[in-house]
Design a binder for this molecule. Sequence first.
Ligand code: AMP
Ligand code: FE
Ligand code: FE
Ligand code: ZN
Length: 280
Amino acid sequence: MKFADLHLHTKFSDGTFSPEELVLHAQKGGLSCIALTDHDTVEGCASAAIAAANVKMEFIPGVELTAEHNDTELHVLGYFVDTQNKKLLAEISKFQIVRQHRIHQMVSRINEMGVPLDEESVFALANCKSPGRPHVARAMVKAGFISHMDEAFERFLKKGRPAWVPKSKISALDAIELIHQAGGLAVMAHPGLNKTDEIIPAIVEAGLDGIECFHTKHSTAMSERYMEIADKYNLLVTGGSDCHGFSKGKPLIGTVKLPYERVEKLKAKVAERKSATAVS
Ligand code: AMP
Ligand code: FE
Ligand code: FE
Ligand code: ZN
């Protein structure tokens, strides 16, 4: 049996693995196929593709976008996107700029609270276009202001705390359109975590291709429920560990194993859409 993990992060967003390390861990986890889905960036895809090819592992370029629909936050995964697509790169670069500005705002608030965290130390540690709260937390640990990342979230960074700054979100409909025009498939990420069930019909109407039924934080009952929803709306079924490397303890890669037939179904849909656009 071949297995895939279609939800993975690297240090190009808030994970800790380099693309090369990710591939090594995927091998150890018995995976034949992986997708990289960093937040708001495809920066790691080129190196991951090379690292995977070196060990004859299949690689799917992807991205995870933070979206909203009627004030409900959801994450939209894009698979098989063209990582050179101009519109995709232009749109995600706007989110990257907002993320960088958000670091500046978060650090200012932390400074106002009497902690002399240096903004440059956060950017240096992040060393990517799509920095986030975990980088602020890690920089605080590194500078010795706190002893554990969790403390940074508890005292400063989590929603409602003084240094919490909301993230900008793309509308879910625009996210789906952006992914489609880049040749990709749009998939709703971890629906069990976002309380998004009531918006599913509208998102399906907008062209959603699939739903992430299997995820580390989904119970068996949740996975079954979303399999039924996938059936009802004729959606493709995906799954992944949402591994962030060592940033949240033991790496999760290898804990969610999607049977490879599911990937074949995704590929068939991409091929079908390509041939439809070639004809029209
Ligand atoms: P951001 O995209 O900047 O809002 O950061 C979100 C990331 O922070 C996600 O990967 C979360 O899983 C992570 N995160 C949230 N709470 C914590 C925590 N207590 N410890 C470590 N990471 C966290
Ligand atoms: Fe994340
Ligand atoms: Fe997510
Ligand atoms: Zn994720």
